[in-house]
Design a protein around this ligand. Structure first.
Ligand SMILES: N[C@@H](CCC(=O)N[C@@H](CS)C(=O)NCC(=O)O)C(=O)O
Length: 255
């Protein structure tokens, strides 16, 4: 089985997939796309992934897109070191949580990410070039145009941070219900992998707003201590490693 993963080091969605590959010790080739330069919008890539986003998996010629779908797929074709619980009820819980994660923290984290990390690059572009780039994005056109070259307004940033906070609180409740240390109990699942990059990103941006939630704190330490964490977050995967202007924001170093 040969796996080729089209992804980007700093992409939160790509980090989910790399984590599962590393946990399963499955060898994979990485094709690294430069998202700020628009590699994801080139015709050859759009033929693989018409959404114009990473990640995309090529498994012996079969193309699978969307990080949640890819991680499920990997668990199906390589069931060792499974991230999917046995019982249908537990599976349903995991999928419901993953949907919540995709809708809430995974979506909300884009607002602080773009405002704090990527905006300076967009501000260097002419208005015409920016609008043309935004309009060429199949999935994120409106998001980019709403952000514009001045960034999301304070209300939008506050709303995103509030949504993230509600997601940490939900994690705390789920871990308490399941007995922890993971969201579904004793075994790590795809739901833990799905939410991991949002917390790492917010820590990287200097806003780890879950310090008063003891179960989430413990969960965060546990996922960072997982053997798959370090190879997933190789150098260049953190925004502070790519954007020097962010470094002074991080109160507690991530590495
Ligand atoms: N639902 C998709 C979302 C993928 C996504 O948004 N990818 C981002 C990086 S995390 C991307 O490629 N952005 C490029 C762009 O916005 O042009 C997934 O989970 O794979």
């Amino acid at each position: 089985m040969a796996f080729k993963l089209y992804n980007a080091p700093q992409s939160t969605c790509s980090q989910r997939v790399r984590f599962v590959f590393n946990a399963k010790k499955l060898p994979f080739d990485e094709v690294k796309l430069n998202l700020l330069e628009g590699d994801q919008l080139k015709p050859d890539y759009l033929r693989l992934n018409p959404n114009g986003v990473v990640p995309t998996l090529d498994h012996d010629g079969a193309i699978v897109i969307d990080s949640t779908v890819i991680t499920e797929y990997l668990d199906e074709v390589s069931p060792d070191e499974s991230f999917t619980p046995e019982s249908p009820v537990a599976r349903a819980r995991m999928r419901a949580l993953t949907h919540f994660i995709d809708e809430m923290p995974a979506a909300a984290v884009r607002v602080p990410t773009f405002n704090l990390a990527f905006l300076p690059s967009f501000q260097k572009m002419s208005r015409e070039a920016f609008v043309a780039m935004a309009e060429s994005k199949p999935l994120r056109r409106e998001f980019m145009l709403t952000m514009g070259q001045t960034g999301f307004p304070k209300e939008e940033m506050d709303a995103a941070l509030a949504r993230l906070r509600r997601a940490y609180e939900r994690m705390e409740t789920e871990i308490e219900k399941s007995g922890g240390p993971w969201l579904l109990g004793k075994e790590i699942s795809l739901a833990d992998v799905a939410v991991m990059p949002a917390l790492v990103r917010m820590h990287d941006l200097g806003m780890p707003d879950w310090q008063d939630l003891p179960r989430v704190r413990h969960w965060y330490d546990a996922i960072r201590a997982h053997p798959a964490f370090k190879p997933t977050y190789y150098f260049g995967s953190l925004l502070t490693e790519r954007f020097p202007h962010l470094r002074e924001r991080q109160p507690v170093p991530l590495r």
